[in-house]
Design a protein around this ligand. Structure first.
Ligand SMILES: Cc1cc2nc3c(=O)[nH]c(=O)nc-3n(C[C@H](O)[C@H](O)[C@H](O)COP(=O)(O)OP(=O)(O)OC[C@H]3O[C@@H](n4cnc5c(N)ncnc54)[C@H](O)[C@@H]3O)c2cc1C
Length: 469
C-alpha cells in the first residue's frame, strides 16, 4: 500500500474517494447575505437529487446547496454501492410495525428507486461504474437457512412476480466457491456502482440544471421568521422560502428546531477492501455473475466485487457513540472481524492482504423505517432513517421531495413515509445510548445463537489476525 493510501485512511476517506484521486471542491459560500427559493443542506444523494429535480421542474426557482465537507464525504461517497431494494431493516420488521399493505407499497417504492438510479445512469451516461448484477442474500447455518426460506416467501408475497428466486446449495456451488454458504435468495433486478464517482456525477448533473453548490460551508444556525427560514454559516446568511435538510446521520447535530434531535442517531458501519485478485484466483472463486452479496445475519455482512478486481466487505458489528460526536469512523476490532470473516468465507483467498479500511455513518431511527417529515408547516422538510439501505431510496426520495416542494399531489408524495408518525429517539444521551446498546445486544445474541456451531472455526480465524499493511 502506498503512503498516500495511509494518509487518506487517516483522513477518513473511503476507498472510493481514495481511488477517485484528486478532486477540487467548489468554493465555500462567500461572506454576505443571500436569498434562495430553495436551500438544501447536505450534498449527498438526497440533497443533490432534490436540487436537480427541483430545477428541472421549475428552472425559474433559485436553488442553493450547502455541504459542510466536500461532496462524497458523507455516506454517499463511502457506501457499499448496492443499488438494492431492501426497505428499512427487514421486511418482517416493516410488516410487524406497519402491516402487509404498507410493506407492499414500500417494496414497490424500492423497486422503482432501483430503476430510477439505473435509468438515470443509462440515460445521462454517468460514469458511475454501474453493473446490473443482481444480488444474493445468503445463509450459513441451518437456522439461518430456515429463516431465509421464510423471508423468501414473504418477499415473494410483497413483490411483483419474478422478483426473487431461491437457490439451494447445489446451485450456489455452481456460481461461487464459498463452501459455508448453504442457500441464497437471488434478486436479479439490482446492481452495484462506485458511490463516490456516482455522487460526484450527481453534483455535475445538479449544476447543469443551474443549482449553486457550495462545499466546506457548514450550517451553524437555522431559524424560522415571518419572511421564511433564515440559515447561517460562519460567514453568510441565507433567507430561504423552502429549506430541505438532507443531512442524514448528522441531522441530530443540526442547530435550530428541537424536533431534529429526536429523529435519528448516527450508527457506524465499517468496510475493508482486499488487494486485487489474480486471474487464477478469480477462476478458483467462480463469481462469474458478479452479484453483490449480503448474509441474513442480524448484524449483516455485505460484500461485492469492485471494478478494479478486488473484493470489498462491510458490516458485522456496528459503532455508536455517546453524545453528538461524529467521530467513530474507525474501529480496529470490527475491521479485524471483517478480515476474519473474509478469510473464513473464501478459504481460497485466506492469504490475501487487506489494502484499505474505512467507516461511515448511517441514519438509524427508533422504528427502523425511513422518514420524510416537516418542521411545523411544509417549508422545512427533513429526510432521515435510511438504515444503511439508502443508495436507491435517497435518490427517489430526492424526486419525492421535489414534488413536496412544488406542492404536487403525486403517487410519490403520497408514499406513507411522508409525515408518518415516527417513534422519537429517547431524549438525552444516556437513554438513546442505552436504547441502541440494548437493541444491538439482542441482535448479537440472535446471531450468536444461530451461529453457535460455527464459533470454534470462527474464533480460530480471529486470533491474532491483522493483515493490513
Ligand atoms: C459504509 C456504508 C456502507 C453503505 N452501504 C450501502 C449500500 O451498499 N447500499 C445502500 O443502499 N446503502 C448503503 N449505505 C447507506 C447509504 O450510503 C446512505 O443511505 C446514503 O448515501 C445517504 O445519502 P444522503 O444524501 O441522505 O446522506 P449523506 O451522503 O450522508 O450526506 C449528508 C451530507 O450532509 C452534510 N452535512 C452534515 N451536517 C451539515 C451541516 N451542518 N451543514 C452542511 N452540511 C452538512 C455532510 O457533510 C454530508 O455530505 C451505506 C452507508 C455506509 C456509511
Amino acid at each position: 500500500m502506498t503512503n498516500n493510501a495511509l494518509e487518506d485512511m487517516a483522513r477518513n476517506y473511503s476507498f472510493w474517494q481514495h481511488k477517485y484521486g484528486a478532486y477540487t471542491p467548489n468554493d465555500p459560500l462567500p461572506k454576505g447575505s443571500y436569498n434562495a427559493d430553495v436551500l438544501i443542506v447536505g450534498a449527498g444523494y438526497t440533497g443533490l437529487t432534490t436540487a436537480r429535480e427541483v430545477k428541472r421542474d421549475h428552472p425559474e426557482l433559485s436553488v442553493m446547496v450547502l455541504d459542510a465537507n466536500e461532496i462524497g464525504f458523507g455516506a454517499s461517497g463511502r457506501n457499499g454501492g448496492f443499488n438494492m431494494t431492501l426497505f428499512g431493516m427487514e421486511p418482517e420488521v416493516t410488516v410487524l410495525r406497519w402491516g402487509k399493505e404498507k410493506a407492499r407499497e414500500a417494496q414497490a417504492y424500492m423497486q422503482k428507486a432501483v430503476a430510477y438510479v439505473h435509468d438515470l445512469i443509462e440515460n445521462e451516461g454517468l460514469d458511475s461504474d454501474y453493473e446490473h448484477t443482481g444480488m444474493w442474500r445468503v445463509a450459513y447455518t441451518e437456522r439461518q437457512e430456515k429463516r431465509l426460506k421464510n423471508t423468501y416467501r414473504l418477499l415473494c408475497d410483497l413483490a411483483k412476480d419474478g422478483s426473487y428466486c431461491f437457490y439451494e446449495q447445489s446451485k450456489v456451488r455452481e456460481k461461487l466457491n464459498a463452501p459455508h454458504i448453504r442457500a441464497a435468495i437471488y434478486e436479479p433486478e439490482t446492481g452495484i456502482l462506485d458511490p463516490c464517482k456516482h455522487v460526484r456525477a450527481l453534483k455535475r448533473l445538479a449544476e447543469q440544471t443551474g443549482a449553486e453548490i457550495y462545499e466546506h460551508s457548514a450550517v451553524t444556525d437555522i431559524r424560522r421568521t415571518q419572511e421564511g427560514v433564515v440559515v447561517h454559516t460562519s460567514s453568510a446568511t441565507i433567507r430561504a422560502k423552502k429549506l430541505v435538510l438532507a443531512t442524514n446521520a448528522w441531522t441530530h447535530t443540526l442547530p435550530g428546531p428541537r424536533k431534529l434531535r429526536s429523529r435519528q442517531r448516527a450508527v457506524w458501519t465499517y468496510q475493508i477492501v482486499s488487494e486485487p485478485l489474480t486471474d487464477d484466483e478469480w477462476k478458483t472463486l467462480g463469481w462469474g455473475d458478479r452479484m453483490s452479496i449480503e448474509d441474513n445475519r442480524q448484524l449483516v455482512h455485505y460484500l461485492r466485487i469492485t471494478k478494479c478486481g478486488r473484493i470489498t466487505m462491510g458490516g458485522g458489528d456496528i459503532g455508536f457513540e455517546y453524545g453528538n460526536g461524529m467521530d467513530k469512523w474507525h474501529d480496529e476490532n470490527v475491521w479485524q472481524d471483517l478480515e476474519a470473516h473474509f478469510r473464513w468465507l473464501f478459504p481460497s483467498l485466506a492469504h490475501k492482504k487487506i489494502d484499505y479500511k474505512w467507516g461511515g455513518a448511517v441514519s438509524a431511527n427508533f422504528d427502523m423505517v425511513p422518514e420524510i417529515g416537516f418542521i411545523g408547516d411544509q417549508n422545512i422538510i427533513y429526510s432521515t432513517g435510511c438504515i444503511g439501505h439508502g443508495v436507491s431510496l435517497t435518490q427517489l426520495n430526492g424526486r419525492l421531495i421535489a414534488d413536496l416542494i412544488a406542492g404536487v399531489d403525486s403517487e410519490l408524495s403520497r408514499f406513507w413515509i411522508v409525515n408518518r408518525s415516527a417513534i422519537p429517539v429517547p431524549p438525552g444521551n444516556v437513554l438513546s445510548y442505552l436504547g441502541v446498546k440494548a437493541i444491538t445486544g439482542v441482535l448479537k445474541g440472535v446471531d450468536w445463537f444461530e451461529e453457535r456451531n460455527l464459533h470454534k472455526a470462527y474464533d480460530a480465524m480471529t486470533e491474532g489476525q491483522s493483515n493490513v499493511t
